[in-house]
Design a protein around this ligand. Structure first.
Ligand code: NDP
Length: 278
């Protein structure tokens, strides 16, 4: 297994407690990753923490390069994940898991009876805001324009929810609080005026970017960069894709683990059918 040196373990490494991974009620994201890693090693996985720089899927065995170092494989599973698009604010990453989050289903539970904000105006923002009302006292959607990008049905659902308020024409320009988020500085995108919003949570929902750059020209992908698959099967025989790099909809650790298992079974079948030793 070749795992990037940038953030081995992926988005779970930035999640504090995990709410929706069966059998792991008390684990943090990094602790869950450590256990997964130990389990994989126990069953013989060799893990190389290196950043892949090039792939060539034009002929078998397929090529994977880390700089000048070349690996060859008859079957490959891609699970490079996706990264939430962030706002680029100072201390955004420091406050991750300390009030700032990019995943309502992962972290929403921890904001019971708190005032929180969601930034974004698309379907994700509406979905996250609506979901978060199950826990939060109030959810303020902060959007940089005065109309939403989200589909009408998602907008209507959010607007009809008494716990959701909208703060239009505003950008989050500063995160307030030392160890934990206590509020936001907002800047009006029309007038330039600044104001403060007292919240203990900020959910960033301005989109995700799949980590698929490496596969451009090699694999079919959507305009948004998500790899096109049938289940976990890509357009190249023997190359499979699991998790967020091919899933723009569910994006959960547990659904990714499930599709990883599907991809492993597919790879096993593929190798059995195509004489892995050739
Ligand atoms: P989108 O790209 O659709 O929306 C991103 C939103 O974030 C936009 O409102 C955009 O503002 C705003 N935004 C982007 N960058 C910034 C920034 N730097 N600062 C402030 N605001 C910013 O992403 P989504 O994740 O919402 O959706 C992605 C795709 O997934 C869509 O096709 C969507 O329909 C789909 N989806 C479907 C769901 C469902 O059907 N249940 C649920 C979730 C997603 P602006 O509008 O001004 O550009």
């Amino acid at each position: 297994m070749v795992s990037s040196g940038d953030q081995p373990g992926g988005q779970l490494m930035t999640t504090t407690e995990i709410e929706n991974f069966p059998g792991a009620p008390d684990l943090t994201g990094p602790a869950l990753i450590t256990k997964m890693r130990e389990q994989a090693i126990k069953f013989g996985t060799i893990i190389k923490t290196e950043r892949v720089t090039k792939v060539d899927f034009s002929a078998r065995p397929y090529g994977v390069w880390v700089g000048d170092k070349e690996y060859r494989a008859h079957s490959i599973i891609i699970s490079t994940g996706a990264a939430p698009i962030m706002l680029g604010l100072d201390r955004e990453w420091d406050l991750m898991g300390r009030g700032v989050s990019a995943c309502a289903t992962c972290d929403g539970f921890f904001f019971r009876d708190k005032d929180i904000a969601v930034v974004g105006g698309g379907d994700s923002a509406m979905e996250e805001a609506t979901f978060l009302t199950k826990f939060a006292k109030s959810v303020t959607v902060v959007h940089r324009r005065d109309s939403l990008r989200a589909s009408q049905v998602m907008q209507d659902r959010a607007k009809a929810n008494p716990k959701i308020k909208f703060h239009w024409n505003a950008q989050v320009t500063r995160l307030l609080g030392e160890d934990h988020l206590t509020g936001l500085q907002l800047t009006d995108t029309v007038t330039g005026a600044t104001s403060e919003l007292a919240v203990e949570g900020l959910f960033i929902a301005v989109g995700h970017r799949p980590n698929s750059e490496l596969f451009k020209g090699q694999l079919d992908m959507e305009d948004s960069g998500y790899l096109k698959t049938q289940g976990v099967i890509t357009n190249v025989p023997g190359v499979f894709a699991a998790g967020d790099v091919q899933d723009s909809r569910y994006r959960q650790a547990i659904t990714s683990a499930g599709s990883g298992c599907e991809a492993a079974l597919e790879a096993q079948h593929y190798l059995a059918e195509h004489h892995s030793a050739d």
